[in-house]
Design a protein around this ligand. Structure first.
Ligand SMILES: *Cc1c(COP(=O)(O)O)cnc(C)c1O
Length: 410
């Protein structure tokens, strides 16, 4: 598909210093993430939201708001528009409760958005080998898109990363290694190996384009809701790419005049076992101190230190939102309720946003009349579930009493 590209330059998210587009960039000279900037005036003159809405499909329909120049560099695995699913049994009042179900994307998580863009840009810029630390889903998405692009990928994950993530990553063609440490230790290894191995560092926010992919969550959400954003967005925050990306999307949409003044309150949800953003938010700090001994079953948000910490905190504060932690017990309880009451299987990180919603409805920080959007960031099928042990003996007549009592247990 031939299209116009509106990228003007890249910009240091901390100093505003400008960088040339069309070249390979990592972090800025300041060691901070780079953001892609567009000529939104020209973009707005070339295309309107109506013609955009008329296009089919998922994230690639927003091509003019994305950095890829040549259509032939687009690496796609069939990214679809992810649905907004309601949870009527868990909604607290008249304000609608919706979940954006990102588990429907290729590789079963929203990491596909970021990696689709980052790998397409790596192809466009002639990068041939990339490496990243991951808690699981990012590595799997990198493996899939990189293999399709003919790019070599190296993935490093903590020892206790779910087996399914390590296996899907290996099967999809990455060289994957378990490491006896946390994701920041894996990140350090990537940094150490860069020169000797010729890797380009694909760590969260250390290259500029994953955030552009995650930004499409905000674009899709706005369009799906008739260009009127919800009152509150609850986002499970690890490295924060999605939260920062959506906040960037909303700023661009506002500048284009495609949405009005009303922006959602952004709520960063973390686990009580790893809550660096919550601690920094409550202390009024611009940057977060690394979290010691991080531990939570929600692996995707077990990120002790984030290079984009100040961008997460900035978005949360500018939006009038907050950062909040929930316990692992409340995450499991929320997952079980969504599954059994509403037939919706969430991943633990998605369930964390539901737990936070229920908790903050109680505390009053979220009103029962407010519309809220949660993010289910991966398919619940990738995660351990409780055993189901009921069995019956098919050589005997069906015994209704036994059946009602739960059958034979193993
Ligand atoms: C990566 C990940 C997150 C955190 O996303 P960020 O945008 O990096 O903060 C949450 N949940 C799951 C399932 C993930 O894979």
């Amino acid at each position: 598909m031939p299209h116009r590209n509106f990228v003007t330059h890249l910009e240091c998210s901390y100093t505003g210093e400008s960088y040339e587009a069309g070249r390979v960039h990592g972090l800025s000279r300041e060691g901070k993430p780079l953001l892609v900037r567009y000529d939104l005036e020209a973009l707005g003159a070339a295309i309107d939201r109506k013609s955009l809405s008329a296009r089919e499909g998922g994230l690639w329909k927003y091509l003019e708001l994305l950095p890829v120049r040549q259509g032939e560099n687009i690496i796609s695995l069939g990214e679809e528009l992810t649905p907004l699913v309601d949870l009527p049994d868990l909604q607290a009042g008249p304000g609608r409760l919706l979940v954006k179900d990102e588990g429907r994307l290729p590789t079963g998580s929203f990491k596909a958005r970021g990696l689709a863009l980052a790998v397409s840009m790596a192809k466009e810029l002639g990068i041939s080998s990339v490496a990243m630390p991951t808690n699981g889903n990012a590595g799997a998405a990198l493996a899939a898109y990189a293999s399709r692009a003919g790019i070599e990928s190296w993935v490093f994950c903590p020892d206790d990363t779910p087996a399914i993530n390590v296996q899907e990553t290996a099967l999809q063609g990455a060289k994957v290694w378990r490491v006896n440490g946390l994701i920041n230790d894996c990140g350090r290894l990537v940094g150490e190996g860069r020169e000797a191995m010729g890797w380009f560092d694909f760590s969260t926010l250390k290259e500029p384009y994953r955030i552009e992919g995650k930004k499409t969550m905000g674009l899709e959400l706005a369009e799906q809701l008739g260009w009127e954003l919800p009152d509150v967005i609850l986002y499970p925050t690890g490295g924060g790419t999605g939260l920062i990306g959506m906040w960037k999307a909303f700023a661009e949409l506002q500048e284009l005049g495609w949405i009005g003044d009303k922006l959602p309150r952004m709520v960063a949800v973390q686990s009580t076992g790893c809550a660096p953003m919550v601690r920094a938010y409550e202390a009024g700090l611009e940057h977060a101190e690394p979290w010691e001994d991080a531990a939570t079953l929600a692996a995707g948000i077990r990120v002790p230190a984030a290079v984009g910490d100040f961008l997460i905190l900035r978005a949360v504060r500018e939006s009038g939102g907050f950062a909040v932690a929930v316990s692992d017990e409340s995450i499991i309880e929320a997952r079980d309720r969504a599954a059994s009451d509403s037939g919706f299987l969430m991943c633990p990180e998605g369930a964390a946003t539901l737990a936070a919603y229920l908790q903050e409805i109680k505390s009053g920080r979220i009103g029962t009349d407010e519309s809220a959007v949660l993010f289910n960031c991966a398919t619940g099928l990738k995660y351990p579930m409780p055993e189901a042990t009921g069995r019956i003996d098919c050589n005997k007549p069906l015994d209704a009493t036994l059946l009602r009592a739960g059958g034979l247990s193993s």
